[in-house]
Design a protein around this ligand. Structure first.
Ligand code: ADP
Ligand code: MG
Length: 396
């Protein structure tokens, strides 16, 4: 849907002029399962987004309409509560976050549309939250720092969607910048824009279209193992707060003798945080080959050591490993399904998607979805004719 159509669709339902906002989905180049360990991640916003058309109402009501679900929700600013419509909750959670911060919000009409595939690990949920947060701030002329918008969005995901996520997704959706990835320190929230020059190559996502139910329990289990590792090290090094502060030597001395399994899990995280730093260096030097190599290493670690991959993800990575046209590939996201992210030579993309889709279908009887993604800018207002104003961040 073009912005002009979005505006038209809004006017047909609400019979008034809207303001238009967009907020993108995201990929993560490298740095998996490092966020909850106070570590580093390297997300980038993509050219798929959630679009919101919004206008103020005279009353205190909240009128929402979802294009994807063809559903309406009606609520009230004075009584914001969870709904049984999952899509509405992401929006309501953000409204609640504004009110809890004493940021006064008027009643509003909101139409939502998006082209971020749902549940594919591209964080369509963060895109909705951030689009809503940005739209509410603009509509009510509230000056809220960009990081606070991301934090309000994250809180909405915790409290209204029940997903205890880190800050990466919302951060990337708000702060993204075309042609850049961002190295984010999940502890201090300090971040650095890293040029993502892919000359002759593109990022290709291959979606397994599976989500194994193991995902939630394994996630909790891994978090517990990381915390256990930290506790054992902390007994000897009191300043240690997260695995971020721990070295491989400390793990060998204090964790491995106690429990080899816990050691293996913690060791993956410690190595992964180092890989993010190496990846930033590789990108700054324009060394895509080195970046690709690190991505393969990450996959190996997630699959063999951290054990959060699955046969479908492993199959997709194995299919492209060793091909000259693919510099790197790995599973992306928490695991047990979702997409792999691949760096593929331009001319080879079409053929690769065809070959791998066929092999995947033969192996699992499942169809593969493929997305060629480009980086994009973060939350911004748009005009029906195009983009007029992007968010101005103080640090660039
Ligand atoms: P992910 O964030 O990986 O895409 P989630 O399960 O966290 O997956 O979020 C997906 C949910 O977000 C959907 O089930 C839906 O409720 C909501 N959602 C995402 N995009 C849209 C959209 N364009 N319109 C309405 N709801 C959406
Ligand atoms: Mg999500």
């Amino acid at each position: 849907m073009e912005p002009l159509q979005l505006k038209q669709a809004f006017k047909e339902i609400f019979d008034t002029e809207p303001m238009l906002v967009k907020s993108p989905g995201r990929i993560n180049i490298i740095g998996e399962h490092t966020d909850y360990n106070g570590g580093l991640v390297m997300p980038a916003a993509i050219n798929k987004a959630v679009y919101v058309a919004i206008s103020k109402r005279e009353d205190s009501k909240i009128h929402l309409f979802s294009e994807s679900y063809q559903e309406k929700y009606i609520g009230n600013i004075n009584d914001v509560k969870k709904s049984d419509k999952a899509w509405a909750n992401y929006i309501l959670g953000v409204v609640d976050g504004f009110l809890k911060r004493n940021l006064s919000v008027a009643g509003f009409n909101l139409y939502i549309y998006g082209d971020v595939p749902l549940g594919a690990g591209l964080s369509s949920s963060a895109a909705i939250e951030c689009a809503t947060a940005f739209a509410l701030a603009q509509l009510n002329e509230l000056s809220v720092a960009s990081m606070d918008l991301a934090l309000i969005a994250q809180k909405a995901e915790h409290e209204f969607a029940g997903v205890n996520c880190g800050i990466m997704d919302q951060f990337a959706s708000v702060f993204g910048k075309e042609n850049y990835a961002m190295m984010l320190d999940c502890r201090s929230l300090a971040h650095e824009y890293i040029p993502l020059k892919l000359d002759g190559y593109k990022l290709v996502l291959l979606n397994t279209n599976v989500k194994h139910s193991l995902s939630d329990s394994a996630y909790n289990d891994r978090r517990a193992q990381c915390e256990q590792g930290v506790a054992w090290v902390k007994a000897y090094h009191p300043a240690v707060e997260f695995l971020r502060d721990v070295s491989e030597e400390m793990l060998l001395t204090h964790v491995q003798p106690k429990n080899n399994e816990t050691y293996t899990k913690c060791s993956f995280v410690v190595a992964e945080i180092e890989r993010v730093k190496k990846a930033a260096k590789a990108l700054k030097e324009g060394d895509l080959k080195a970046l690709g190599h690190l991505m393969f290493e990450t996959h190996e670690g997630l699959s063999k050591a951290y054990e959060v991959s699955c046969k479908e993800l492993d199959f997709l990575v194995d299919q492209v490993k060793g091909l000259d046209d693919v510099l790197g590939a790995r599973m992306m996201g928490g695991g047990f399904g979702g997409c792999t992210i691949n760096i593929v030579k331009d001319e080879a993309i079409e053929g690769l998607i065809e070959t791998v889709s066929k092999a995947y279908q033969e192996q699992f009887g499942l169809s593969l979805s493929a997305y060629v993604v480009q980086t994009g800018n973060g939350s911004q207002t748009i005009e029906p004719t195009g983009i007029v104003s992007t968010l101005q961040h103080s640090n660039f």
